[in-house]
Design a protein around this ligand. Structure first.
Ligand SMILES: Cc1cc2nc3c(=O)[nH]c(=O)nc-3n(C[C@H](O)[C@H](O)[C@H](O)COP(=O)(O)O)c2cc1C
Length: 330
């Protein structure tokens, strides 16, 4: 195994998925993983209910706020808010290809105007002291030559961004849905390795298609050889098979603390749900993120059925996590 003392493992920002309940659950599983919020558009931070949008649980640290925006002034306000709330990093989304996001002029289309992204980075760095990172693709539409992403990184780095999270496939802005855009253009990890080689003083995290231990360990070994402080970001694997997060600390970071059992996690979630009930959250809001906890285990189906049962969820009783654990033993 490579030396991973500086290496970073992160769970990707995922709209509608990585809300604060999901992040709390993921934190129960791993103490080392970095967590990212869902993308929050800057207009929502400017005009919305900020405390509801940005509040998070102290245990979530290290946690980064991902924003969608392209106006330096709005990004600066978001960075100030992120610092005030105590986030560990602010990340700007330059990777999402959805039409809605393009209308708002943020996401992957920003890769066409690196100077604009650099202005946002500069405005955020001037507004607050927290680290600024950029999540982007290796290209957009037919701009897939290496020089395109290299120049994007170079321009944005000149404005003071040190950390780049690279979804290792191009984004197709017209004709593919966001979902198709996560699978269809082929992955090209070599471009990310090349970026890390060409910019040795910057930090790169590789994202896209890491969905098993072999791939994770292979990418970690390759990247850490180039820069020990690089990293990986995992999206769908973390969400659909969350228990792999419980093994990250020991298997990837050589942590000797035994991982929590699935039963420990459910017990902790029950207590969390009891506390959250007082704040207006119902077990349904938490349970929906937990369906994959027993993936691949005996009775996983019964577990999922229990946690998604309308009848049981309607009772709004945190004991549903005990009931689900009992189903696994049945
Ligand atoms: C349901 C869903 C929502 C997503 N929302 C966001 C988002 O808000 N911001 C973002 O940068 N990427 C978003 N993504 C993309 C992921 O962060 C990640 O780049 C992508 O899933 C590829 O990684 P994976 O192959 O490990 O899943 C989303 C992905 C999924 C599946």
């Amino acid at each position: 195994m490579p030396d991973v003392s500086l290496f970073r493992y992160a769970v990707a920002p995922m709209l509608d998925w990585t809300d604060r309940h999901c992040r709390y659950f993921h934190r129960l599983l791993s103490r080392r993983a970095w967590l990212y919020t869902e993308m929050i558009p800057t207009p929502a931070i400017l005009h919305g209910e900020v405390s509801r949008l940005l509040a998070f649980n102290e245990v979530e640290h290290p946690v980064a706020l991902q924003i969608g925006g392209s106006h330096p002034r709005e990004c600066a306000v978001a960075a100030k808010a992120a610092a005030r709330f105590g986030y560990d990093e602010i990340n700007i989304n330059c990777g999402c290809p959805s039409d809605r996001v393009q209308v708002g002029r943020f996401g992957a289309c920003l890769m066409a105007t690196p100077e604009g992204v650099a202005d946002c980075v500069k405005a955020m760095r001037d507004a607050a002291t927290l680290p600024v990172s950029v999540k982007h693709r290796i290209g957009i539409d037919d701009r897939t030559e290496y020089g395109f992403v290299r120049d994007f990184v170079g321009t944005v780095a000149a404005a003071g961004c040190r950390l780049f999270i690279v979804h290792a496939r191009p984004a197709i802005l017209k004709g593919l849905s966001p979902k198709e855009n996560r699978d269809i253009p082929p992955l090209d990890y070599e471009k990310v390795y090349r970026l890390q080689r060409d910019f040795p003083s910057l930090f790169f995290m590789l994202n896209g298609g890491i969905d098993r231990w072999e791939t994770l360990e292979d990418v970690a070994a390759t990247l850490t050889k180039i820069n020990p402080a690089s990293g990986v970001m995992v999206g769908r694997w973390a969400y659909h098979d969350p228990y792999h997060l419980a093994q990250i600390d020991s298997r990837l970071f050589h942590d000797t603390t035994p991982p929590p059992s699935r039963r420990d996690i459910l017990e902790a979630l029950k207590h969390y749900a009891e506390k959250e009930k007082a704040r207006g959250a119902v077990p349904r809001h938490i349970a929906r993120h937990v369906l994959g906890l027993y993936l691949g285990e005996k009775n996983a189906r019964l577990f999922r059925q229990c946690l998604s049962s309308h009848e049981l969820l309607a009772a709004d009783d945190p004991a549903i996590f005990d009931q689900a654990a009992a189903r696994v033993l049945s």
